[in-house]
Design a binder for this molecule. Sequence first.
Ligand code: ZN
Length: 134
Amino acid sequence: MMDKIEHIGIAVKDLKKSNQLFAALFGEKHYKTEEVFSEGVKTSFFKTGLNKIELLEATNLESPIAKFIAKKGEGIHHIAFAVTDIKAEIERLKKEGFTVLNEIPKKGADNKLVVFLHPKTTNGVLIELCQEIE
Ligand code: ZN
C-alpha cells in the first residue's frame, strides 16, 4: 500500500535561479541541496507546510532530467509516494501490471530508497516510491 505523497519533483534548467524563484513563491528558502551522482542530478528541497517539493537539475547530458527537459521542457517531473515496504510494493505493482524501472531499489536523495514506475503504465505520470532508510 502507498502512503501519502512524499514530495513532488520538478525538473529545472538552472537550480540556482529556480531556488530563488521558488523561495520567492513559497516565502521560504530551500532547506537542503544534495547531489545524486548515480542519477546525474542536483536537487534542492523546499517545505511548504506539510508538503515537500524537490527541484532537480541535470549535471550531465545523460541524466534523465536532461532528457526530460529536452523532450518536454521544465515542469513537474514526478510524484513520489512514501511506502513502508518498498520490496513488497514492487512485487504488488508488478503483479498489477505496472512496469518497474529499477527492480532493485536505489539510493535516492534525502536518505531514501527509491523505485520508479514507467510512465507508459501510469497514464504518463512518472511515479516514484520511496522508503526512508533507517
Ligand atoms: Zn523524487
